[in-house]
Design a protein around this ligand. Structure first.
Ligand SMILES: N[C@@H](CCC(=O)N[C@@H](CS)C(=O)NCC(=O)O)C(=O)O
Length: 223
């Protein structure tokens, strides 16, 4: 049986959600972050050579990396519509959003977190210089690219309930975590009305509610 090594306030929530959508049995082992650094504990680092969350174990297999885990689980559970097959409706949109979310949107959220840490974590006498620098990186790189992706997402959601069309897929699960992160940052997506509707649909899914309940308090890390 799969064990999800569930690090608090992390991308592990997606794996709980996926398993709840599939309705399969699994175990959860709970871990906490270091209070100062917010890094995972040494115990967590021992499960897989890289030591980031999410990580799952399944028999003798230890698997990390969100989208690899999603594919690993979906390879074992094929009787569902969470990953449209080649030739099926929504396949191209699925592929795009499954990968763009984790390969493009997520890194911009991480950029944003690192820039916030730079602003807050340097000695006062170099703060003005660091802030001028981070402001420039935000304005020239992070903000316009994040906005471009969110605008595209918002436009796609105008005529589609979910990312791949009318059917909910694993791409929505991957996107959900990013949007919770944006929402926690003072509702950064709120000017995108279709994204707001989409988030509300996502949060009203039974599997999402159960995953959140099993996960416990969820506060995305912002800085
Ligand atoms: N690309 C990786 C990123 C994993 C990652 O950065 N995980 C964070 C939690 S959201 C983590 O493990 N942070 C704690 C640490 O680095 O020790 C994935 O998609 O799984």
């Amino acid at each position: 049986m799969i064990t999800v090594h569930n690090l608090e306030n992390s991308q592990s929530i997606r794996i709980l959600w996926l398993l709840e959508e599939l309705g399969v049995d699994y175990n959860i082992k709970q871990y906490y972050r270091d209070k100062e650094t917010s890094f995972a504990s040494d115990e967590y680092r021992k499960i897989h050579p890289v030591g980031w969350a999410p990580t799952i174990t399944d028999g003798g297999v230890a698997m990390a990396e969100t989208n690899a885990i999603v594919d690993y689980i979906l390879d074992k559970h094929t009787d569902n519509s969470l990953r449209p097959k080649e030739g099926e409706q929504g396949r191209e949109a699925y592929l795009y959003w499954f990968h763009a979310t984790q390969g493009s949107l997520m890194p911009f959220l991480v950029w944003s977190l690192v820039l916030n840490r730079m602003d807050n974590g340097v000695p006062f006498f170099i703060k003005p210089i660091v802030k001028a620098l981070t402001k420039k990186v935000r304005a020239q790189f992070v903000a316009p690219r994040t906005d471009k992706l969110l605008t595209h997402l918002n436009n796609c959601l105008l005529n589609n309930q979910w990312l791949a069309g009318d059917t909910f897929t694993a791409a929505d699960i991957v996107m959900g975590y990013c949007l919770e992160g944006l929402d926690a940052r003072a509702g950064e997506h709120h000017s995108y009305t279709h994204i707001t509707r989409y988030m509300s649909d996502m949060r009203s899914r039974d599997a999402y509610k159960i995953a959140m309940k099993k996960n416990g308090a969820f506060n995305p890390i912002l800085d």
